[in-house]
Design a protein around this ligand. Structure first.
Ligand code: SAM
Length: 229
C-alpha cells in the first residue's frame, strides 16, 4: 500500500515516541514520499521540542535516507483556520514534491489532527482525498499495557477510552469476538457502522452496515460516532 504511485498524501502514524515502534508500512511511506511534513507547536517553526521530528530523524539515521522536512505549525487550538493553514502547506508541498507524508504520534485514529485535515481535504479536493492513505500505528495505551504486562481487556472484560475533558461524551464502539452464525439485530447502530471481515487475508471484506448474521470469526464491527464537520 505504501508504495502505490497514485498516492499523494500519506498520513503516517509513528507510534509512541520510539523509532523502533514504527511499522514497516510507515517506514516505507517515509522512504518513498517526496517530502515529510512534521507538525510543530513552536511559533518559530523549530523542532526543538518535537517528538515526531526526533522519530523521523532517528529513522533517517538508522535506515540511511534523507528527505526534505517541512514544518507544519500546529498550535493545538482546535480552530478550523489552523487546520486549513496546515492543509495549505500539505497541498503546496504535494505540488512541489509530488507526494508527502504527514506524521502523527501513536495511531492516527486516536485524537490526532489527521482527520481534521482529511475532513477539509475531502471537501476541497476529492481527488487528493482519494489519493491519500492513513497508515495505522501502535497506540500509546497498547504500548503502556505492554510495559506493565497487563492486558487492556481479557475474557469477559471490555475496554474504555475516556478523554479527561470533564464531560460525558458519546463513544465509538468496537464489537469483536462474535460467534459464527450469530444474529446482529441486538447491535444498535448509533453512528456509522462498518463491518470488517478477514482483514489482510483471504476473504477480506469491508462494508458499510451490518451483516444479518456473522459469517466468520475474524469479524469486527465499528460503530463510528457521527461527527460534526
Ligand atoms: C492527542 S492524544 C494522541 C494519542 C495518540 N494518537 C495515540 O495513539 O496514543 C495525546 C495523549 O495521548 C497520550 N500519550 C500519547 N503518547 C504518549 C506517551 N508517549 N506517553 C504517555 N502518554 C502518551 C497522553 O494521554 C496524551 O495526552
Amino acid at each position: 500500500m505504501a508504495t502505490k504511485n497514485k498516492t499523494k498524501l500519506y498520513m503516517v502514524s509513528l507510534g509512541p515516541a520510539n523509532w523502533e515502534l514504527v511499522t514497516i508500512q510507515a517506514l516505507k511511506a517515509l522512504q518513498y514520499c517526496g517530502a515529510i511534513c512534521i507538525p510543530t507547536k513552536s511559533e518559530d517553526h523549530s523542532f526543538e521540542k518535537s517528538i515526531t521530528y526526533k522519530i523521523v530523524k532517528d529513522l533517517m539515521n538508522e535506515y540511511g535516507f534523507d528527505k526534505p522536512i517541512i514544518p507544519v505549525y500546529s498550535p493545538m487550538n482546535f480552530k478550523k483556520k489552523d487546520w486549513q493553514y496546515q492543509v495549505d502547506i500539505l497541498v503546496d508541498s504535494i505540488d512541489k514534491y509530488d507526494s508527502v507524508s504527514f506524521v502523527t504520534l501513536g495511531d492516527a485514529a486516536v485524537y490526532s489532527t489527521v482527520y481534521y485535515l482529511l475532513d477539509i481535504i475531502k471537501k476541497q479536493d476529492k481527488k487528493l482525498y482519494k489519493n491519500s492513505v492513513v497508515i495505522a500505528g501502535i497506540t500509546s495505551f497498547s504500548y503502556a499495557s505492554s510495559k506493565v504486562k497487563k492486558p487492556l481487556c481479557l475474557g469477559d472484560n471490555r475496554f474504555e477510552l475516556i478523554p479527561l475533558i470533564g464531560k460525558e461524551v458519546p463513544s465509538t464502539k468496537v464489537y469483536m469476538r462474535p460467534k459464527i452464525g450469530m444474529k446482529t439485530d441486538d447491535i444498535n447502530e448509533n453512528g456509522t457502522l462498518y463491518t470488517f471481515e478477514n482483514l489482510n487475508f483471504e476473504g477480506e471484506n469491508i462494508q458499510k452496515g451490518k451483516l444479518e448474521k456473522v459469517r466468520k470469526y475474524m469479524t469486527l464491527m465499528i460503530d463510528f460516532i457521527k461527527r460534526e464537520k
